[in-house]
Design a protein around this ligand. Structure first.
Ligand code: ZN
Ligand code: FE
Ligand code: FE
Length: 189
């Protein structure tokens, strides 16, 4: 009979594999992005993702187990689709919108996993593991929010990198940012 502790460890092994794959995939996505803000967002999430690998190792330790990766078929599929979307839209004004969509699918998968893991860690009474998992969850949610803002600001082909200078005008970019802080302020400019 499997216990909640078994389920927690199984899924921690799954996300450990996923994070390691993402450390390899994010530089390719940064390279494929043609918008500076998006490139920067991928690069900064790469740094965070490297941190997630380390944090997941700490969560294993808090649970008294050795860090082990178990193949996650979902992340393999999501990364494969991201590669396909990037090559399908290469050289097109839709490239950044395609990359953002692919990246958000990944973030949502991670958010779902870390949400469950955090709950289970609490249920088995391991507050140290729960705290670490909450930290990662918060970073995944923040990354997803940044991507949403970038999508609103830069997905419209009429307002893409080639005519960035027009962004301060009355173009679609301005209209589509409903009550969201400008991207530049989120990115610390
Ligand atoms: Zn992550
Ligand atoms: Fe998985
Ligand atoms: Fe992530």
């Amino acid at each position: 009979m499997k216990t909640l502790q078994n389920l927690l460890l199984d899924q921690l092994e799954d996300i450990y594999y996923a994070e390691k794959q993402l450390v390899r995939a994010l530089p390719k996505m940064a390279k494929a992005a043609t918008h500076g803000d998006l490139k920067q967002a991928f690069q900064s999430h790469l740094k965070e993702t490297e941190g997630h690998v380390t944090k997941v190792e700490k969560a294993f330790k808090a649970l008294g187990e050795k860090a082990t990766a178990r193949k996650c078929d979902a992340i393999v599929g999501l990364i494969k689709e991201a590669d396909e979307m990037a090559s399908d839209h290469k050289g097109c004004p839709t490239i950044n919108a395609a990359l953002i969509a692919a990246a958000q699918k990944v973030e949502h998968y991670e958010i779902a996993t870390y949400g469950s893991l955090r709950e289970w860690a609490e249920m088995v009474g391991n507050d140290d593991a729960a705290d670490i998992l909450q930290e990662i969850l918060d970073e995944e949610k923040a990354a997803d929010d940044t991507l949403t803002e970038l999508a609103r600001a830069h997905s419209n082909p009429a307002a893409n990198s080639e005519n960035e200078s027009k962004e301060k005008g009355n173009g679609p970019t301005t209209i589509r940012r409903r009550g969201v802080r400008p991207v530049a302020s989120r990115l610390g400019r």
